[in-house]
Design a protein around this ligand. Structure first.
Ligand code: FES
Length: 140
């Protein structure tokens, strides 16, 4: 194992044990939940938009699950601040995998992208671009 990936692994564990932006936003513009049905890991993401109605001002999340799903939610929530909803929509799985910085097996990719999918679906529902749904799943 290279030093580099070791550092990333430690960072993942640190975010898992001390998640950033964890909790509930009581002034959220929208919230959405999702799960990975294969394992039951779940995440809720709260997003507060700035007055311009499109810039993400705050993001918080709460969840339960594996180190990859929770650490990626922690990292991703920090990454979203200051982005527009359009920029969020344009993000893909590689953006999350880059944040994590480790090779992820195809099965674990679903863990990694859970928070991103939940945030993107929440934004799409809020903007009326997607029909409301109870929750996002990584199976879609
Ligand atoms: Fe469930 Fe990772 S094992 S999201």
């Amino acid at each position: 194992m290279s030093m580099g990936s070791d550092m990333y692994r430690q960072q993942i564990l640190d975010h898992y044990k001390n998640p950033r932006n964890y909790g509930e936003l009581d002034d959220a513009t929208f919230s959405h939940v999702g799960e990975n049905p294969l394992c039951g890991d779940a995440i809720r993401v709260d997003v507060k938009l700035a007055d311009d109605g499109e810039t993400i001002e705050h993001v918080s999340f709460e969840g339960d699950g594996c180190a990859i799903s929770q650490a990626s939610a922690s990292m991703f929530s920090g990454e979203l601040r200051g982005k527009t909803l359009e920029e969020l929509d344009a993000m893909d799985r590689d953006d999350v995998i880059d944040l994590l910085g480790v090779d992820i097996s195809p099965v674990r990719v679903k863990c990694a992208v859970l928070a991103e999918k939940v945030a993107q679906d929440g934004a799409a529902i809020y903007q009326g671009e997607k029909e409301d749904m109870d929750m996002t799943t990584t199976e879609e």
